[in-house]
Design a protein around this ligand. Structure first.
Ligand code: ADP
Ligand code: MG
Length: 698
């Protein structure tokens, strides 16, 4: 491979290129926009656009696009070429500041959840200069926000940027109280660990369920699954290694800090983690990573499955959102400090997160709710649908000591005097890593583990940033008004710990006893499905949070609620229709063919030698006939359920019916079809089995 530092970010219009290609005046103004959110005037935009075009054309680009993240959860782009006719009949390559700053794609085909009446089809995209432009294929991609003409956000980037701003605003207030006058900006950073499956493309194409829905809707368990734990961190097979090498190169060219790769728990499952970066950029990079994972797989005769649960019976795929808050002076506010003062500050930010997660459990759960993720959360898989925080024993003991005014550390210190004592360094203990917790403190960051593998990380971080901004707002209000800062801080911490410690749980999150304790004793939410979780989005307290921090207005919240539920309904309905189709066109004919051949074999045998019992054939024919009838019956029931559910006009009612009726019918049908698979000879089975899919890539 070529020299990585040499080609790293070679397709990104980053700071290095800007410095080299822009006049110092233009560069300085642009930097002010990037760092401080200052508005860009047109003459500067023109200069930037010209430099961007020259650089892009030199690097082989012919088109440009405003690259944005509509509410579908994937990215969208509409390509325009740079060509402009010249008077002599030839063309020149042009790109203006106006084209850089604003685009006007026809927005009518993107979901808006009622935000944009159909007669007002226009939306506009606006350049987000905090995320660098890059070249993908032959296209210059300009990261943008996407809004309706009324100014409502039709995308995920706009509220994310607003939530980062909200947190910045409140965190600065708090930091000032601790005397940090030099801090100008507070940002959140994220490192998302991305899980995925790789399967052989030829096999994938033989399975309509994978092609249409991204997950297997049928499939009996193979003799071997993940029980030996021999895949996790195992040797990477040559074909997979070649894929990872190629993927890394593509990601590095785009300036994405791909760092760690390994095999995951399930066979054919892998993970890629980048080095963390600013949340907004991490979000853009994660979208690009998911896209490249799929395009690079195609080059290797593979398919990358990003679905949360492509296979029943083995682990599904998630995405761990490692999140921290830091200052522009380089301080990680979730890192216990060296001095007593830093420690008091750390504890304040820590309790702000604890309060935020407890108060807004519902919003956090809703932010990761999709039909795919429902197969993981609350369905006997990591993590449960109940949100709790893992802090580890040491930190929990510190909070206990503060709450009860008790000596910390077995009486070694008299009392934990805030702002006076140095806390121990919380070294991360690898034996103490709780993998079952949905929200774990891991030394200097929190790891939110409920995200599904295909989720955009935007939604989770919007809710997390805003909820923490709200805690900090309350803390700042109270402390700013206090006469004795140290005393007020102590009281504030103590009261917050008492009020919200129910969310802290250091035990095994998979345990049924925990779910009972969480819901019955502690009153924590257990929102098992998407329709359950989505309802919380419209609760007044949650709407107030998002509105008061100007992250979303009421219309934007309602539209998202509508779109998420619609997505849920459409996804499951497509799955149900695919099942019926596969049963009728593939499974039943296959079972019939095998049954017929076994029957003919028995008849032939009897003709040859009278008196044979043909007990084996009889058993198989009987078993398969029974199963055939059951499959046909359940399939018919599923078909009528589809008709019934499709007729429900109200989205919420439809989603509930899908959860209660359709999914039940789908499970019943699958169970009998999977049983038939175990009885039918392999060569009759119409598509590749689990065994082949999961162990087929060498
Ligand atoms: P693991 O959780 O697998 O042990 P690490 O904790 O080292 O791995 O890192 C997981 C992810 O967390 C990586 O993407 C890493 O860049 C990210 N990360 C590390 N430190 C921080 C931080 N301070 N803020 C946000 N993300 C971080
Ligand atoms: Mg991790």
């Amino acid at each position: 491979m070529k020299n990585v530092p040499e080609f790293f970010a070679c397709r990104v219009f980053d700071d290095r290129i800007m410095k080299a290609r822009l006049s110092s005046d233009v560069y300085r103004t642009l930097k002010q926009t990037i760092d401080g959110g200052k508005k860009l005037d047109l003459s500067v935009a023109n200069a930037v656009a010209t430099a961007m075009r020259d650089w892009a054309v030199e690097n082989g680009a012919t088109h440009y696009t405003h690259w944005f993240q509509p509410l579908t959860g994937i990215t969208a782009e509409k390509h325009d070429s740079f060509i402009t006719p010249a008077p002599d009949g030839r063309v020149i390559m042009e790109f203006s500041g106006k084209e850089l700053i604003k685009g006007e794609p026809d927005a009518s085909s993107f979901p808006s959840g009622g935000l944009r009446a159909t007669f007002e089809a226009r939306g506009y995209t606006a350049w987000d200069p905090t995320s660098y432009a890059f070249i993908k294929g032959k296209t210059l991609c300009i990261p943008t926000a996407f809004c309706s003409y009324g100014g409502e956000a039709l995308d995920k980037k706009t509220p994310l940027l607003r939530s980062m701003e909200a947190l910045n605003r409140q965190a600065l207030r708090v930091l000032k109280l601790f005397g940090n006058e030099d801090v100008r900006r507070v940002t959140t950073s994220v490192g998302p660990e991305q899980e995925y499956f790789l399967v052989d493309r030829a096999m994938f194409e033989q399975r309509p369920d994978l092609v249409y829905t991204g997950r297997t809707l049928f499939g009996a368990k193979p003799p071997k699954g993940q029980e030996l734990d021999d895949h996790y961190f195992g040797t990477i097979k040559p074909r997979v290694a070649a894929y990872m090498e190629d993927l890394n190169e593509e990601l590095w060219k785009l300036g994405i800090l791909a760092k760690t790769e390994h095999n995951e728990v399930a066979p054919a499952q892998h993970e890629l983690a980048p080095i963390y970066t600013t949340t907004n950029i991490a979000t853009d990079h994660n979208q690009l990573t998911m896209e490249l994972m799929q395009t690079v797989a195609a080059r290797h005769g593979l398919v990358c499955l990003l679905h949360e649960k492509p296979f029943a019976g083995v682990n599904g795929s998630g995405k761990h959102n490692n999140w921290s808050i830091s200052t522009d002076t380089g301080v990680n506010l979730l890192s216990p400090g060296e001095t007593p003062y830093e420690n008091a500050q750390f504890l304040l930010f820590l309790t702000a997160v604890i309060q935020a997660v407890d108060e807004y459990q519902g919003l956090l759960r809703a932010s990761v709710a999709t039909a795919g993720n429902d197969h993981r959360l609350g369905a006997n898989e990591a993590p449960p649908a109940v949100i709790s925080i893992f802090l580890g024993d040491e930190l929990t003991a510190v909070l206990d000591a503060i709450e009860n005014d008790l000596p910390y550390n077995g009486g070694e210190k008299q009392k934990l005097r805030l702002g006076a004592d140095v806390l121990p360094r919380f070294v991360r203990d690898s034996t103490d890593r709780n993998r079952t917790s949905p929200f774990a403190f891991t030394g200097n960051k929190f790891e939110f583990r409920m995200l599904g593998s295909s989720n955009s990380i935007a939604c989770a971080n919007i809710m997390l940033n805003t909820a923490v901004a709200e805690s900090l707002r309350q803390f700042a209000d109270r402390l700013e008004a206090a006469e004795d800062f140290r005393g007020a801080l102590h009281d504030l911490l103590r009261e917050t710990i008492t009020a919200h410690k129910r969310i802290i749980f250091n035990g095994n999150g998979y345990d049924d006893a925990w779910i009972r304790e969480a819901t019955e004793k502690r009153g924590l939410l257990n929102l098992r499905t998407t329709p359950d979780a989505m309802a919380t989005l419209l609760e007044q307290k949650n709407m107030d949070l998002l509105m008061s921090h100007k992250v979303m207005n009421e219309a934007e919240i309602r539209s998202r609620h509508e779109i998420m539920l619609e997505n849920y309904c459409k996804t499951v309905l497509i799955e149900a229709r695919t099942m019926v189709d596969m049963v009728k066109k593939q499974i039943l004919p296959a079972v019939e063919a095998y049954t017929a051949d076994v029957s003919s074999a028995a008849i032939a045998k009897k003709n040859l030698c009278t008196g044979l019992s043909c007990a084996y054939e009889k058993k198989i024919v009987q078993k398969l006939s029974t199963l055939t009838d059951q499959i046909a019956n359940y399939s018919e029931e599923l078909e009528s359920a589809i008709v019934r559910v499709s007729g429900i006009g109200d989205t919420r009612q439809q989603a509930n019916a899908i959860r209660d009726l359709l999914l039940t019918k789908m499970n019943q049908l699958r169970a009998v079809a999977d049983e038939a698979e175990t009885v039918t000879a392999e060569k009759y089975w119409p598509f590749p089995t689990y065994g082949k899919l999961l162990f087929g890539v060498k």
